[in-house]
Ligand binder design. Structure first.
Ligand code: NDP
Length: 432
């Protein structure tokens, strides 16, 4: 706490992991002797830099950029870049820390990192976003590389921003290499990357609920957010026979009892870059409600896919009272620790983000493999690999939970399973 003042999100993420590790430390006293916990909570490297750019009115704007390279024990650093006005070290450190264990759970050789800027892409012109991305890369390029650190997208960073950053990286380094993932299909991107986090989330939750004799068929689902993760989670829910009745953005939510029309949401969010309230213009029988409150809606399955700490204890109690039987975190740490406790105490099946949303980074790692081989796999091939990875993560997490005496507690299972692989690699590589 003293070393990381004013970083509550980071402390929250660390506490959750460390609390789960007690049974591991009992079995492995050698970890304590090797200072493993003290080392794992300290990033290997933090880079913070100035990002100056000129807006459309000719004014100079200055943002802060950062890349936090947290842990490279099992592979080159990998993790997204977030552009959002709330970005500061506490958020990027929490995300980078989570990323270590998530990447480990994928079974692929990738270390943990995260980056971002307090730049707000909302309301900016295309040209402004391009100039910002170029300036961001003017510094970042020195610290990344296909075998060093491979960033991807996150909140506020999608295909457009990745494209601008990739163009600038190539210009500066003269290297045509897989240094970023989430690239467009015409220049090294992988099929299924856009869908991967949302699809992967639903594959994981499907596996988790099937083990208890339930399914998405006929289930009512509420999904928060209306960005990349939310949209493709919704698409997969529909494919599995469920119905999504509500989605939101940071201004408010829509409720459509007949099932949210995803084509409309995609048009508003992906093409027009509009607001979710625009949905009711094309679907007048649906409702738009300003503000939070999406978790008041009755559902069988809840998938928070917007942002950290968006679902608190009261929301969790409402979901439980309304008969919700499963919650899957598409976003990173969307449920507060108190909300998670409510779910676990009430036997709601709970899939923590670091396991359930790992499909995005797993598919990014598949994009890296394709780039290295100078090949591209078909949609079906990548989707099958993604599904296989998510099923394996579920098996690993649920078996680990059981082995350590916490059956059906996938929080503990994910933290321990993710930790063990990294811990072994760190032990083998000495005190570095
Ligand atoms: P996007 O920027 O595409 O979408 C974010 C969505 O969440 C938007 O609809 C946004 O609304 C909404 N949102 C943001 N803040 C709030 C808030 N305070 N209350 C309600 N809604 C809010 O981001 P992604 O879909 O990529 O990311 C969503 C989450 O998933 C993040 O936690 C991210 O870290 C996590 N994640 C993403 C992965 C990926 O592959 N993209 C991989 C793994 C995790 P608005 O437009 O109003 O801001």
């Amino acid at each position: 706490v003293e070393r990381n003042p004013h970083e509550p999100e980071f402390l929250q993420a660390v506490k959750e992991v460390l609390d789960s590790l007690e049974p591991v430390l009992d079995r492995h006293p050698e970890y304590q002797k090797a200072g493993l916990l003290e080392r794992i909570v300290e990033p290997e490297r933090q880079i913070i830099f100035r990002v100056p750019w000129v807006d459309d009115q000719g004014r100079v704007q200055v943002n802060r950029g950062m890349r936090i390279q947290f842990n490279s024990a099992i592979g080159p650093y990998k993790g997204g870049i977030r552009f959002h006005p709330t970005v500061y070290t506490g958020i990027i450190k929490f995300l980078g820390f989570e990323q270590i264990f998530k990447n480990s759970l994928t079974g692929l050789p990738i270390g943990g990192a995260k980056g971002g800027s307090d730049f707000d892409p909302k309301g900016k012109s295309d040209a402004e976003v391009m100039r910002f991305c170029q300036s961001f890369m003017n510094e970042l390029y020195r610290h990344i590389g296909a075998d060093v650190d491979v960033p991807a997208g996150d909140i506020g960073v999608g295909a457009r921003e990745i494209g601008y950053m990739y163009g600038q990286y190539k210009k500066l380094t003269r290297l045509y290499e897989g240094v970023l993932t989430g690239k467009g299909l015409s220049y090294g991107g992988s099929l299924v990357r856009t869908e991967a986090t949302g699809y992967g989330l639903v594959y994981f939750v499907d596996e988790m609920i099937k083990a208890k004799g339930k399914s998405f068929e006929g289930a009512t689902v509420v999904i928060s957010g209306s960005g990349n993760v939310a949209i493709y989670a919704a698409e997969k829910v529909y494919q599995l026979g469920g119905k999504v009745v509500a989605m939101c953005d940071s201004n408010g939510y829509i409720y459509d009892k007949d099932g949210v029309n995803l084509d409309t949401v995609k048009r508003i969010k992906e093409v027009e870059r509009g607001r979710i309230r625009d949905y009711v213009k094309s679907h007048p029988s649906a409702e738009y409600v300003d503000g939070t409150g999406i978790w008041n809606i009755k559902c069988d399955v809840a998938l928070p896919c917007a942002t950290q700490n968006e679902l608190d204890e009261n929301d969790a109690k409402k979901l439980v009272a309304n008969g919700c039987f499963a919650v899957g975190e598409g976003a990173n740490m969307p449920c507060t620790p108190e909300a998670v406790r409510v779910f676990l105490e009430n036997k709601v099946l709970f899939a923590p983000g670091k396991a359930a949303n790992a499909g995005g980074v797993a598919t990014s790692a598949l994009e890296m493999s394709q780039n290295s081989m100078r090949m591209s796999w078909t949609f079906e091939e990548v989707d099958a690999k993604l599904k296989n990875i998510m099923v394996n993560i579920y098996k690993n997490v649920s078996q680990t939970a059981k082995e350590y005496g916490h059956e059906d507690n996938f929080v503990v299972g994910a933290n321990i399973a993710g930790f063990l692989k990294v811990a072994d690699a760190m032990m083998a590589q000495g005190i570095v």
